[in-house]
Design a protein around this ligand. Structure first.
Ligand SMILES: [Zn+2]
Length: 288
């Protein structure tokens, strides 16, 4: 079933687990996420960055909407890092049930104003809105970008932002970065900042750049109060590692021969993350 982010994450918040938001870039990744979510009985978020939306084209989402609507597992189709009001409107017209508007690089008051404008358009349609405060770092290996230095979310500002905008979920910057970390760079989360934010706001919180952080840190963040963790690089790397391996060994050219094992490789990462987020076997909580 296709549900709003509000509903999906409210159950996670009540039951203290988190849900993976997996960035899909083609139908192979859509299949990997949906089929693994069904196998694990785990709710999941299909996340699409504007660059991925451009690559897939609007019509592709008729398939994603139909496939998720026909499943007993709850899914959200979510716009990741919407950069403008137009990005958001395009996603809504494609059937997305949640949008992110990322005004984190704007001056604070402009971020508030843009988020409010998106909420005024999205909420009457039953669509949830995620915003971002502070800046997620960049490792230089992801299309999502980011900045080279992380600016941590200010907990008092988060409280002010949530009160003034009425946003549904908030991406917080607590030391993660998009992409896969170089070998000499060790990611470290500031969990004390997260705890302070959790004490001040009641809405579900989002961790971006969740690939490659130590598992214990992710588990601690979920225990403190993260309900959505974005995963992109880990899953895509496993898929294309397998793809490179197959193509280096065979002269194959048929997608149906090459890609199934790549999908399996992506699914293994998805299952590992679902286990880590404690979202496996949670579907029954949505049918009560
Ligand atoms: Zn992100």
């Amino acid at each position: 079933m296709l549900v709003s982010m509000n509903y999906l994450l409210s159950v996670a918040q009540k039951n203290k687990f988190a849900i993976g938001a997996f960035n899909v870039a083609d139908s192979c990744f859509v299949r990997a996420v949906i089929e693994e979510a069904e196998a694990c009985q785990a709710p999941a978020i299909i996340s699409i960055h504007p660059t991925e939306l451009s690559f897939l084209t609007n019509e592709f989402f008729a398939y994603v909407v139909k496939r998720t609507s026909n499943s007993p597992v709850p899914f959200v189709i979510h716009l990741d890092h919407g950069g403008s009001f137009d990005d958001v409107m395009r996603a809504i017209s494609c059937g997305f049930t949640s949008v992110m508007i990322d005004g984190s690089l704007l001056p604070y008051e402009d971020n508030v104003a843009l988020t409010k404008k998106v909420i005024e358009a999205a909420h009457p349609l039953g669509i949830s809105v995620e915003a971002e405060l502070g800046t997620i770092g960049s490792t230089g290996t992801s299309v999502e970008g980011g900045v080279s230095k992380v600016i941590y979310t200010d907990p008092a500002e988060a409280e002010n932002f949530v009160t003034r905008t009425g946003v549904d979920t908030l991406a917080v910057a607590i030391g993660t970065a998009h992409g896969i970390y170089p070998k000499d760079m060790e990611p470290k989360l500031k969990l004390d900042i997260l705890a302070d934010i959790v004490n001040r706001v009641n809405i579900p919180l989002v961790l971006h750049g969740g690939s490659a952080n130590p598992d214990e840190e992710i588990v601690s963040a979920i225990e403190i109060g993260i309900q959505k963790v974005n995963i992109s690089s880990d899953m895509k790397a496993a898929y294309f590692d397998k793809c490179r391996e197959i193509l280096s060994e065979h002269e194959w050219w048929d997608p149906n021969v090459i890609y199934p094992d790549c999908i399996v490789a992506a699914k293994e990462v998805i299952r590992t993350k679902m286990k880590l987020f404690n979202s496996i076997d949670k579907v029954d909580l949505y049918h009560q």
